[in-house]
Unconditional design. Structure first.
Length: 135
């Protein structure tokens, strides 16, 4: 059964909002809404937890200096009160409810650095990686 084609229309200019990641970093890679309604923006320079739905207002900036895995953020997921931020080539950052940040990488048991997808499942986290190191 064929589905009818829906007409596509250009959204009005007022509905489009260009966004440049704050703190001088370009390269937004992912945007997600956390379970509490907080806007999270991941990019090449790190992770922004926006203080409101307006990303132009200052929020909390998290980067390697705070314990985030290197190489920016490409994927976000939320589960068990944690925020998970995967980099494309350096593992998964875990932001604990108390504010601690740590990096899961091959040195800490992750089977690969290049994370393709995250799936929180209760207290567990499923991580799809692009093969073990050395393959």
């Amino acid at each position: 059964r064929r589905h009818p084609r829906l007409p596509l229309r250009q959204p009005p200019e007022r509905d489009l909002r260009p966004f440049r990641e704050p703190y001088g970093h370009d390269g937004v890679r992912t945007v997600a809404i956390g379970p509490d309604g907080t806007l999270w923006i991941g990019g090449l320079g790190g992770l922004l937890r926006a203080s409101s739905a307006d990303p132009r207002r200052p929020g909390t900036w998290i980067d390697e200096a705070d314990g985030l895995c290197p190489n920016g953020v490409a994927t976000l997921a939320f589960g068990a009160g944690r925020t998970y931020a995967a980099s494309r080539a350096a593992g998964v950052s875990v932001l604990e409810p108390g504010g601690q940040v740590h990096c899961l990488d091959p040195a800490r048991g992750l089977l690969g650095e290049r994370v393709l997808a995250l799936w929180p499942d209760g207290d567990a986290l499923w991580v799809a990686v692009d093969g073990p190191p050395g393959l």
